[in-house]
Design a protein around this ligand. Structure first.
Ligand SMILES: Nc1ncnc2c1ncn2[C@@H]1O[C@H](COP(=O)(O)OP(=O)(O)OP(=O)(O)O)[C@@H](O)[C@H]1O
Ligand SMILES: [Mg+2]
Length: 364
């Protein structure tokens, strides 16, 4: 069963470095998602694991065996491509049955495998259609069925659900995870969609500009991101630049612009350290009166988001703040003043980046 390891993997296309010194190891049976901005190297990474690309540098190991130069057809994997690639002259059923047929299974086995895969993803009714007679979403399901019917131990899924509508997409993402867990497969699933990445994965790999920024379990990445980039890319965060002025029992007083102070719990920082504070919009509250650890702010805009309302405020420090309040709470009018309360336990603190905050957060 596959335990995959990438050692110092880089890939260049002429002058473009698509991957740079990627080190990564995943366990047998793990469901990994890869999340990162467009062009960060997700497809390149998955193609190297598949054997479609050979790395410019580094090695790929499966169960400690070096497979860096093993061709794709000799690797036991099911692949869903980012651009749906079905055999155009074969109907859905024959596409799904392709891999079992190549493996020389009996007609009965081919029938069983392709039918159960088509049923799982919901394309049984379209089994007689050619790819160009299907909607984008149905084509994507057909290519998922083909990957599943291959019964490969390793599933490589590159944006496998992107063409589906929202509800089907959510249903299928859980079906995929269940399949991987029930059959004890291993999966690498590339996605742009952070909800998808967080809700199906055992661990999420965050990538940026050809490098792995951070790997962690979904809750860890959300609650304790190790980098400013992740705090910004996974969910929303507010960021405030400041300097530590006082440290007492692990609590710090951080001076922000406008000579305002916030208390922050459990920082490892010392007096004089330049820091960036980060806090999620749902961890801020509005209070009508002044309290400790608040910033006076003015509401510039509010937006109804269904379960919550998102307020955009301008704080007295000049910083923009986003605050999410449950829609069940009374609405606060645009243009009114409010104090934004910061719970010290929910504030994360980071070293202020030398390249500047904007650059550290940028999603290119
Ligand atoms: N065959 C190729 N020839 C030249 N450059 C390539 C090739 N494939 C990828 N690249 C470049 O490598 C970088 C990483 O591309 P990749 O397709 O891996 O990104 P991605 O993270 O999958 O992006 P997206 O989310 O848009 O699918 C990009 O700058 C891309 O232009
Ligand atoms: Mg891609």
């Amino acid at each position: 069963m596959p335990r995959i390891k990438l050692e110092g993997v880089s890939k260049s296309f002429g002058k473009i470095t698509a991957l740079e010194q990627v080190n990564f190891e995943m366990q047998d049976g793990e469901y990994i998602t890869i999340l990162g901005p467009s062009g960060c190297g997700k497809t390149t990474l998955i193609k190297i694991v598949a054997g479609i690309w050979t790395p410019t540098e580094g090695r790929v190991l499966v169960d400690n065996k070096d497979i860096t130069n093993t061709p794709m057809e000799e690797r036991d994997l099911g692949y869903v491509f980012q651009n749906i690639i079905l055999f155009p002259h074969m109907n859905v059923k024959d596409n799904a049955g392709y891999s079992p047929r190549v493996k020389g299974l009996s007609e009965k086995q081919i029938e069983e495998r392709s039918s159960s895969a088509m049923e799982l993803v919901g394309v049984l009714e379209q089994q007689g259609y050619l790819p160009n007679e299907l909607s984008g979403g149905a084509q994507q399901k057909a290519s998922l069925a083909r990957a599943i019917a291959s019964k490969a131990r390793l599933l490589l899924l590159d944006e496998p659900l992107s063409a589906l509508d929202a509800r089907v997409r959510v249903e299928l993402r859980y079906a995929l995870r269940r399949l991987v867990k029930d059959l004890n497969l291993t999966a690498i699933h590339v996605t742009h969609d952070q909800d998808e990445a967080m809700s199906v994965a055992d661990r999420v790999v965050i990538m940026r500009k050809g490098k792995i920024v951070e790997i962690g379990e979904p809750t860890q990445l959300y609650n304790q991101p190790r980098t400013l980039f992740t705090a910004n890319f996974v969910g929303q965060s507010n960021f405030l630049e400041g300097t530590v002025q006082l440290v007492e029992n692990g609590n710090a007083a951080v001076e922000l612009r406008g000579e305002r102070f916030l208390k922050v719990a459990n920082t490892g920082f010392s007096i004089g350290d330049p820091v960036v504070l980060a806090i999620r919009p749902e961890h801020l509250t509005l209070s009508p009166e002044e309290r400790p650890n608040t910033l006076r702010s003015k509401i510039e805009e509010s937006r109804f988001m269904g379960p919550y309302t998102r307020y955009r405020l301008r704080a007295e420090t000049g910083d923009e703040l986003l605050v999410d309040l449950p829609t069940t709470e009374a609405k606060v009018a645009d243009g009114s003043s409010a104090s934004v309360h910061f719970n010290p336990d929910f504030i994360l603190s980071y070293t202020r980046p030398s390249q500047g905050l904007t650059e550290a957060l940028r999603l290119e």
